[in-house]
Design a protein around this ligand. Structure first.
Ligand code: R5P
Length: 297
């Protein structure tokens, strides 16, 4: 297959893993900074007439965005037959509306720029809040993979007698799927967010499940305020310390330590963002999705 995978800095393990699974080359992409801080980007492998796959998870996106755009545009300029992006975590999904006059709707702007330089996009559980599909903002074909089956399998294999708990009403469909495959009951929190770091929750309908191990699941753990509020609430209800599972281990600043200190029994994440909590491997799903974009030569 005439394809080649390149890692943006920090994505080397996933790029190699995808290349191995797809049986294609993992090429070297040099990204460094000039003394003045500007980026230098160079492909150390031929890209002409090849399907180029760039791997770049997009947590802390601002520093990753420019070299990514430079690399994609360069691959195209150097004759790549297609340029695809594997971004297991997709950034700028949350500001999807103008909450107050004058605000930038960054999800739309970001999607427009990515769509301009890439031919396709693969990601995992993007935070589609008020949108039904990535197609509303991305103009390129995109594949959205779901971590739910892998999370269910992890819960089934690692937790005895689980009770799966979701962060809010909107998560009910997703959480019920995780619970069903794990063979567990589920409930969802009632959540009120007062600010970026101020979250209040209550857990309804839990009286019958006090003998179970609570497993909190969420798509993103960022400040961890949602999880921390839930851990505290479960504690006051007399539950044992919960296991906290997030698809995307964003963990802003000291959020991971804060969540451990709040009384989580264990914190587990999918490997969409490299982090010490990664325990659920999605590389097979990603490789299968990439293969669908590569035509056999
Ligand atoms: C919100 O709708 C999401 O599903 C998560 O609950 C949220 O992003 C978690 O954020 P934090 O960790 O900052 O509370």
């Amino acid at each position: 297959m005439n394809a080649v995978v390149f890692a943006l800095p920090g994505n080397e393990a996933l790029a190699q893993s995808l290349a191995d699974r797809l049986k294609v080359r993992c090429g070297l992409l040099q990204v460094r900074r000039f003394p003045d801080g500007e980026f230098f980007v160079r492909f150390e492998e031929e890209t002409r007439d090849r399907s180029v796959i760039l791997v770049c998870t997009l947590d802390r996106p601002d520093v990753k965005y420019l070299p990514l755009i430079f690399a994609a545009a360069t691959a195209r300029e150097l004759g790549a037959s297609s340029v695809g992006l594997v971004a297991p975590y997709l950034a700028y999904m949350r500001q999807d509306k103008r909450f107050h006059a004058g605000e930038a709707i960054t999800s739309t702007i970001f999607a427009g720029e990515i769509s301009r330089v890439f031919d396709w996009l693969i990601t995992v559980d993007p935070h589609l809040h008020r949108r039904q599909s990535l197609d509303e903002i991305y103009t390129i074909p995109s594949d959205v993979l779901h971590a739910a089956p892998a999370m269910s399998a992890w819960i089934k294999a690692n937790v005895q007698n689980p009770l799966v708990i979701g962060p809010d009403n909107e998560s009910e469909q997703w959480v019920s799927a995780v619970a069903k495959d794990a063979g567990a009951p589920f409930t969802v929190l009632e959540k009120i967010r007062h600010g970026d770091r101020d979250v209040e929750v209550s857990v309804p309908r839990v009286e019958n499940w006090r003998d179970r191990t609570p497993v909190l699941v969420d798509d993103i753990i960022s400040t961890a305020r949602t999880m921390i509020a839930a851990v505290g609430h479960l504690n006051t209800l007399g539950f044992p310390p919960p296991i906290c599972i997030g698809v995307h281990a964003v963990f802003a600043e000291h959020a991971y330590a804060d969540l451990m200190n709040a009384g989580a029994q264990r914190i587990v994440s999918c490997n969409t963002i490299p982090h010490a909590s990664n325990a659920i491997d999605l590389d097979d799903y990603l490789a299968t999705a990439v293969a669908a974009y590569l035509s056999p030569q």
